[in-house]
Unconditional design. Structure first.
Length: 102
């Protein structure tokens, strides 16, 4: 199960660096921590509630946008765009890999 967390991190980090290449080590650290915070929560909620996956992912996108805004000092609009791209890619790859029907 944690292979999906590792895959998520491996996909989202390069996407972040398409938008910003400053402070690489610190940025990787923050992005790993952000995913280690949001990934277990969304998995727990997805498996134990009837909340639609895309609604859960929207929440993760907003939380991660605030993390990028606050800790990586991006403008909020840019942080939201980065988070949206990262989470859209990983969500739809996850849906495809796991054959999830929306």
């Amino acid at each position: 199960m944690f292979k999906y967390l590792a895959l998520t991190i491996a996909i989202e980090i390069p996407i972040y660096f398409l938008f910003d290449r400053k402070r690489i080590v610190f940025s990787v650290f923050i992005l790993v921590l952000a995913n280690c915070f949001t990934w277990p929560i969304i998995n727990l909620l997805y498996q134990t509630t009837n909340i639609h996956l895309l609604i859960l992912e929207s929440g993760v996108t907003i939380v991660e946008a605030f993390i990028i805004y606050w800790f990586l000092e991006q403008k909020f609009s840019k942080a939201l765009l980065i988070s949206l791209v990262q989470n859209a890619v990983t969500t739809f790859l996850g849906i495809w890999i796991n054959n999830i029907r929306l």
